[in-house]
Design a protein around this ligand. Sequence first.
Ligand code: SAM
Length: 286
Amino acid sequence: MSIASNVLRRAFRAATSLQSFMLDELGAAKVDAKKMAAAFDRLVNRSALDQRERRRRTFQSIYNRGVWGKDETTRFFSGVGSNPAAAEFYVGQMAALLERHAKELGRPLTIVDLGCGDFRIGKALVERLPALTYIGCDIVPELIAYNAARYTSARVRFQTLDAVCDPLPEGDVCLVRQVFQHLTNNDILSVLTHMPYPCAYVSEGQPVRRIGPVNPDKVVGASVRFDWRTGRGRGVELNQPPFDLPSQEVFRFSLPPNEVIITERLDLTSGALAKGLANKASAVSR
Ligand SMILES: C[S@@+](CC[C@H](N)C(=O)[O-])C[C@H]1O[C@@H](n2cnc3c(N)ncnc32)[C@H](O)[C@@H]1O
């Protein structure tokens, strides 16, 4: 290992310890932990650590610190966007759509849930659709081990992977719920470019007031693109540059007062679409 990368690793470890100390101390003083987390996101993204490792560490840290909240029933908590009302609505809508896909295919479906998180959503879907095979994928290995130990069955399995750069398991339909909002625009393009699925349903939080330039970029981390306290800004909009995808809204759920979760369908079978995405991905990585 080069001296430079050793120095960077040491600096990262020192920064992580400092951040941990500050979170503990300031957290006790009721300082906004989310502000600290956003600062940590920026710090991690500035370091020269390998991008893949950086993403993994970022989401591990989010879960370890309970940045998205806590729930006494589970060691991992993926955020209020999957609370009972939001989950129930999503599962009801998605179950109907998935049943239609299965009918069209004439056989039971396999779905791949990229960024499955704490499996609250996946579990409800699996209970609702008894013929469904479910593959939950996430970048956080200990979260996947936790889910796998509790929920693996003949039709439920889990896989640790980074959806940005790892090969994705085969399936009929892909679900990506509240994952892109935490990634950079380049990362989103990379995921979309190598999805081996004919159809994906992407759900993203959106502000109630869309203000400012479309698809502002962000560093990887717990925060989203818009200000959820005021409901102003922009979320990820797949039908706008740099994505320009023919996405189609299928349903939306309001999270008062400032947010709405919009689910869009992407048909990825078109060769032109795949080629367009690949061109964009190579353009942004140059
Ligand atoms: C806000 S949570 C959403 C969880 C779940 N989809 C839900 O709706 O409840 C985002 C999840 O995406 C995962 N994630 C983020 N980047 C990822 C990546 N590159 N590959 C796989 N999973 C990722 C995080 O670890 C986290 O569990």
